[in-house]
Structures are given as structure tokens and as C-alpha cells.
Ligand binder design. Structure first.
Ligand code: COA
Length: 181
């Protein structure tokens, strides 16, 4: 495998899911800069419009990363973003992550987005394994990952400096065989 296959359809029951486009940039930037999202990312730096444009140019030509966007079917409201990074085509591995815009959290959208993208990565793209990291105190994220089948594989001790203290990062992984179950 030397590239990810295109998405097979246009999303899930409630969400239109597709590759990030130029018109998504401002919605992505606003979500990224929201306190609720920013403080749970490993790099909590505000992004300017110029930085977002420059990032888009490099991100949209990268072979090792993909960004997918979810919008509400019918109304086109921006719901969130799914990242697939460090795609390793030889070993069938990738890093994943997803953020949901604050007004749309706790309505099952992250679960729907993960179900769709993981089925695609393990199915059409035949990846063997995906992994992620999250702050140890991000209960919402940890509950979600555990319920999707991710297994805790380790702790990167005090890897993140946040709110004046060093916090642990939890590393989790999910194998294709575990996802099929
Ligand atoms: C973490 C995040 C992606 C979850 O998105 P979401 O759309 O709110 O999640 P969902 O509504 O799909 O809920 C999925 C699961 O999360 C857990 N969950 C949801 N709300 C929760 C809450 N208030 N407390 C604890 N767990 C909760 C549950 O396990 C839930 O499963 P259930 O619906 O079967 O009960 C979202 O809160 C977010 O973007 N947060 C800010 C940025 C972030 O943390 N990104 C991830 C970095 S690793």
C-alpha cells in the first residue's frame, strides 16, 4: 500500500464526511482556538488566519496525513475534524484524533465520526493498527476511546505542561482484529 484509498461514500447517517477543503478553514480555526478544545490538545497555541492558510497548503499535499471534516447532513453546520497522521504504509499504522466543535459535543458525533473513519481505515485501507494519545485528565476522550475498543498501551509521564503543572499523556492503540470484534 502506498496511499490511502478515497472515501467510499459521503459519510454516516447524520454527518457528511469528506476531505478538508479551503472553505472549511475558518470553521477549523475557530474550533481549534476555542478554550475547551485548545486546552486538551498537546500544542495549545492559538492559530491565526495566515498560519491556517500556510498549514492548509502543506496539509493538503501531504501523503502521510489526512484531514477529514464532518458537517451536518442537510444544514451543512460544521461539526468537527478527524486527523490521520504519520501514515506508515509499510507497517499499516497511523495516528488518529478528532475534535468536535464545543456547541456540538455530547451528542454522539465523535463516536459517529470515529466509527465511520475507523471502518474505512481498517476496511478499505487495510490498516493494521491505529494509535492516539490524550491527556490523562481528558475523561470524555478516554471514555470514548475505551468504548470504541482502544487499549491503554502506556503513559508518557509528565509529557505536557498545562495549567502550571506537568501532566501525563495516555497512549492507546487499536488493532484491526480488535475493531472487527
Ligand atoms: C473528546 C470529544 C472528541 C468527544 O466528542 P463528543 O462528540 O462530545 O463525544 P460523543 O458525544 O460521541 O460521546 C462519546 C462518548 O464520550 C463519553 N462522554 C460523552 N460525554 C461525556 C461526559 N460528559 N463525561 C464523560 N464521558 C462522556 C461517553 O463514553 C460517550 O459515549 P456514550 O455516548 O455512549 O455515553 C470532544 O469532547 C472534544 O472535541 N473535546 C475537545 C477536544 C478534545 O478533547 N479532543 C480530543 C483530544 S485527545
Amino acid at each position: 500500500m502506498n496511499d490511502l484509498k478515497p472515501l467510499e461514500n459521503d459519510g454516516s447517517s447524520r454527518l457528511v464526511i469528506r476531505l478538508m477543503e479551503q472553505r472549511d478553514l475558518e470553521d477549523l480555526r475557530v474550533m481549534h482556538n476555542a478554550d475547551d478544545v485548545l486546552m486538551r490538545l498537546t500544542d495549545p497555541t492559538h492559530v491565526s488566519e495566515e498560519q491556517q492558510e500556510a498549514w492548509f497548503k502543506s496539509a493538503s499535499t501531504s501523503r502521510s496525513s489526512r484531514r477529514y471534516v464532518a458537517r451536518l447532513r442537510g444544514t451543512d453546520e460544521f461539526i468537527g475534524m478527524f486527523r490521520v497522521d504519520s501514515i506508515d504504509y509499510i507497517n499499516g499504522n497511523a495516528f488518529v484524533g478528532c475534535d468536535i466543535a464545543p456547541d456540538y459535543q455530547r451528542q454522539g458525533y465523535a463516536r459517529e465520526f470515529y466509527n465511520y473513519i475507523l471502518s474505512y481505515l481498517f476496511g478499505a485501507c487495510r490498516l493494521h493498527r491505529v494509535e492516539l494519545v490524550t491527556l490523562e485528565d481528558n475523561d470524555r476522550a478516554l471514555n470514548l476511546y475505551t468504548s470504541l475498543g482502544f487499549v491503554k498501551e502506556g503513559v508518557r509521564r509528565e509529557a505536557i505542561f498545562r495549567d502550571g503543572v506537568y501532566k501525563n499523556l495516555v497512549a492507546m492503540g487499536l488493532l484491526a482484529s480488535e475493531w472487527k470484534k
